[in-house]
Design a protein around this ligand. Structure first.
Ligand SMILES: Nc1nc2c(c(=O)[nH]1)N[C@H]1C(S)=C(S)[C@@H](COP(=O)(O)OP(=O)(O)OC[C@H]3O[C@@H](n4cnc5c(=O)[nH]c(N)nc54)[C@H](O)[C@@H]3O)O[C@H]1N2
Ligand SMILES: Nc1nc2c(c(=O)[nH]1)N[C@H]1C(S)=C(S)[C@@H](COP(=O)(O)OP(=O)(O)OC[C@H]3O[C@@H](n4cnc5c(=O)[nH]c(N)nc54)[C@H](O)[C@@H]3O)O[C@H]1N2
Ligand SMILES: [Mo]
Length: 764
């Protein structure tokens, strides 16, 4: 396999993904987070029917589960929320929010689980404990007179379908569709860009397809860290001879090799499965060029086959029946210049032809992608290109083939399914009118980027957050921190302390909730909630652990409490009854979306989940043209700027020891980086040209040319296996460098994977 891991003093690779390293990773988090012993029982029930659905990623849960159906990072997430440490009201006797601003994200969350509802007291600069009644009434009073458009209801993709459905209903009853969600920073490019070309806003693949495919193409998704249970079907695919080809600027260990921690023999012998047959380290943001090169090779092979009277390589019958725009695209690929393609992506013509050869030899291909395609200024074009590539040989809507975006938060996709949407055309208003007897607001609401812009301009005056940590997750952090604190009202439903809490608005509350692994006891007994995974399968989830505090409420109970406090009373909106029995809310979801949720309560605990269906999976294309649409990219990269000498493409990375803005620890063992996150990963020749040595201290300076100064100092240069011109550093720290208007044109997903920066050496 092509390998460029040749530098003797690169950070040492720490072995394959999985294996004993993953056990040590889990143990390290167990040691720091002091979990309740009952957490082990929770792990045993994790991701199994009738059990508890992991609150880490959205990777599907198979019907034929393993004895331990959890991964290193799922275990870390469960142990992290099961900590015995508590952030009690007395904590504020010793700390003001001003003091806490010098704490790291890790230190803030290490204070433990929040135990009481809190109100911010501006006189003392501290939070104080209040009763739930006082909190709901205080929030109700503060929101009562605000212009409806000035209030935002954000949700991070954690909360279950029931609480999310009520959250969206509450916003609409209050009077707006301002329902931005974490996917606005993540897979919005999929929701909009994939929808545009194949008519589906979600992936088309099911578990059976994983079992039958001959070939995976990976573009910018890192399963070893972000969806480790995916490594099992990948290993099974390799065992039956399937091929895997990866495009990623970073050599990610989980895409290189894997030792199956579920397999005692592999664990005892250390037997590694090589994952990628080919690994192509393209320059950041240049997938369009690389995919166009592969398409060109396919078109050339097809031309040659037809000239020689052999069977065609392109699936013309499929294109004629199902697609549009293909002739123009194929012409573009035929005419494309190899020199321009290879110059753009930094890969050779031979490498791209080798990759195309694997594609052409495979009968069934799955295209997998993640943030490496979505978080770009032209992210939608990236997705259009990947779809072009798959369509050429009919690889969407048939067995063993398809398009597989890997979602992030455990219920991020499901929240959209049940009405968390700022676009009114996505919501069945007729059903809401009939069920709840009100006129839903007609105007489209705000996307998170518009909400952030509104904050900067002082137009947004209140934000309520169902989970999340926007001041770390969003671009433009420095300017947003000040604007956030200038709001009239900030309300955060959270499990642990985070940085956003340190910038309270004039009226500010933190409402602490149960975590998903905890027992949610209501009048009708211990409740189930439900989530939707990346394959559109719906699962019930029930927690059994003792709640972290007697004062916590479930997300459902909190949303219902807010709903009652901020919306007009009406017999058709019995918030209290809904809290007593979540099955009633599932009935409402079924009545609102009857096609997706038939017999919702009856099917709640179906092994492997029940499927919501997907038209593109059946080759029904709900696009404007009624066909699968080819697109022609306007340029060969997805960047907002032209790279030049001294201007680098910064890729913001996740370590193996974090979940988004939650930092479990400082060990990124797959990349060999230990004890720090303040690093800048760089190619050796780039370092030489910049006069930098391994270990030097530098600052990154934003270079988008918009006149705003953005700077992140104190980074240590690490010589790393990256393509020239592409540098890497960690998210969320890097968000000070990301301009708010650097985002995909179609979906507005921030371009977090290609931020223009310059490097300044710090004098010793
Ligand atoms: N443990 C853990 N699990 C998680 C998360 C977490 O933080 N920690 N986050 C969750 C969430 S919300 C999400 S959205 C997912 C994110 O999961 P992923 O989609 O895997 O996201 P990232 O790790 O940000 O980036 C993916 C890969 O894209 C590569 N990349 C960067 N730029 C480019 C490019 O221009 N082209 C190509 N081809 N590749 C590129 C990076 O090197 C990286 O390997 O994971 C979810 N699961
Ligand atoms: N530069 C850069 N920026 C990025 C990204 C990137 O790759 N690079 N990735 C983007 C992506 S993909 C995403 S999804 C966003 C993430 O953005 P968010 O979803 O807003 O952030 P999280 O870090 O997932 O939220 C963490 C907080 O959620 C709370 N929490 C945890 N569990 C629960 C729970 O069960 N219930 C409730 N109510 N609260 C809980 C805790 O208080 C914790 O502090 O960030 C985006 N920002
Ligand atoms: Mo995400």
């Amino acid at each position: 396999m092509p390998d460029s891991d040749s530098h003797p003093d690169l950070p040492k690779k720490s072995g394959p993904a999985g294996g004993w390293g993953s056990m040590r990773g889990i143990n390290a988090v167990r040691a720091t987070s002091h979990p309740d012993p009952a957490a082990l029982e929770t792990l045993r029930r994790q991701n199994k029917p009738g059990g508890f659905m992991c609150s880490s990623c959205a990777w599907p849960k198979p019907a034929n589960y393993h004895p331990f159906e959890f991964c290193e990072n799922g275990a870390k997430a469960t142990l992290w929320e099961s900590t015995r440490d508590r952030c009690r009201p007395e904590f504020w006797n010793d700390h003001t929010v001003e003091d806490l601003k010098s704490w790291t994200d890790h230190e803030l969350e290490m204070t433990g689980r929040l135990t009481h509802p809190l109100r911010f007291d501006h006189d003392t600069g501290r939070y104080v404990a209040v009763s739930w009644e006082e909190a709901f009434q205080g929030i109700g009073a503060a929101l009562a007179d605000l212009p409806r458009d000035d209030v935002v209801f954000y949700s991070s993709g954690h909360a279950g379908l029931e609480a999310s459905y009520l959250w969206a209903l509450m916003a609409r009853l209050y009077g707006n569709n301002n329902l931005p969600q974490s996917s606005n920073m993540c897979h919005e490019t999929t929701s909009v860009g994939l929808k545009k070309v194949i008519g589906s806003s979600v992936g088309t693949v099911l578990w059976e397809d994983l079992e039958k495919t001959d070939c995976y193409f990976f573009f910018g998704q890192n399963p070893g860290t972000n969806s480790p249970r995916f490594l099992h079907p990948l290993k099974e695919a390799k065992d039956r001879g399937a091929k895997i080809v990866t495009f990623n600027p970073v050599k990610e260990q989980g895409l290189v090799s894997f030792v199956d921690p579920q397999n005692p023999i592999d664990m005892a012998t250390g037997r590694e499965t090589v994952i990628s047959d080919q690994y192509h380290q393209l320059k950041g943001g240049t997938d369009i060029a690389a995919i166009l090169g592969m398409c060109k090779a396919v078109v050339e092979a097809d031309d040659a086959a037809i000239a020689a009277g052999k069977p065609a390589v392109i699936d013309w019958a499929f294109l004629e029946e199902h697609a549009t725009g293909y002739r123009e695209f194929i012409e573009q690929a035929r005419a494309a210049d190899w020199g321009a393609i290879t110059g753009e992506c930094g890969l050779t013509e031979g490498a791209l032809r080798d990759a195309a050869q694997v594609y052409m030899e495979a009968e069934r291909v799955i295209g997998v992608y993640g943030m490496g395609l979505t978080q770009h200024a032209h992210g939608s074009d990236n997705i259009g290109m990947l779809v072009n590539f798959l369509l050429l040989r009919g690889n969407i809507g048939r067995e063993g083939a398809g398009c597989c975006p890997v979602r992030g938060h455990s219920n991020v996709q499901g929240q959209r399914t049940v009405g968390i949407a700022e676009k009114t055309k996505l919501v069945p208003f007729d059903k809401l009118r009939a069920l709840f007897d009100f006129e839903p607001p007609e105007k489209d609401g705000t996307h998170i980027v518009d909400a952030a812009q509104g904050l900067l301009e002082g137009r947004i005056r209140a934000t309520l957050c169902l989970g999340g940590n926007l001041l770390r997750a969003l671009p433009e952090r420095d300017r947003l921190e000040g604007a956030w604190a200038g709001q009239d009202v900030t309300v955060m439903i959270s499990t642990k302390l985070n940085r956003t809490h340190l910038f309270p608005g004039k009226t500010a509350y933190i409402l602490p909730c149960l975590s998903r692994s905890e027992k949610d006891e209501q009048a009708t007994g211990n409740q189930y909630i439900s989530v939707e995974d990346s394959f559109s399968m719906i699962h019930g989830s029930q927690g059994k652990q003792k709640p972290a505090s007697d004062y916590l409420k479930s997300e459902m109970a909190i949303v219902a409490g807010l709903g009652q406090a901020i919306t007009p009373e009406h017999p058709k909106r019995p918030w209290r009854a809904w809290t007593r029995d979540y099955a009633l809310v599932r009935d409402l979801i079924e009545q609102t979306y009857p096609d997706d949720f038939r017999d919702f309560n009856g099917r709640l605990n179906t092994p492997g989940g029940f499927w919501r269906g997907n038209a593109a999976h059946r080759r029904v294309w709900n696009t404007e043209s009624g066909r699968a649409e080819f697109t022609r990219p306007g340029k060969l990269n997805a960047l907002s700027f032209d790279p030049e000498e001294g201007r680098f493409t910064l890729l913001t990375m996740r370590s193996n020891d974090q979940f988004n803005t939650t930092i479990y620890g400082y060990s990124d063992r797959f990349r060999g980086i230990e004890g720090t996150r303040d690093v800048l990963l760089m190619n050796e020749s780039d370092m030489a040209r910049q006069g930098l040595s391994h270990g030097d201290r530098v600052a990154l300076v934003g270079d988008s040319g918009d006149g705003v100064e953005r700077r992140l100092g104190g980074l240590e240069v690490i010589r790393f296996n990256l393509p020239e011109g592409t540098v890497g550093s960690y998210y969320p720290e890097c968000n000070v460098l990301v301009p708010l208007d650097l985002h995909d044109g179609l979906s507005k997903t921030p371009g977090s994977k290609a931020v223009p920066v310059r490097i300044e050496k710090t004098p010793a």
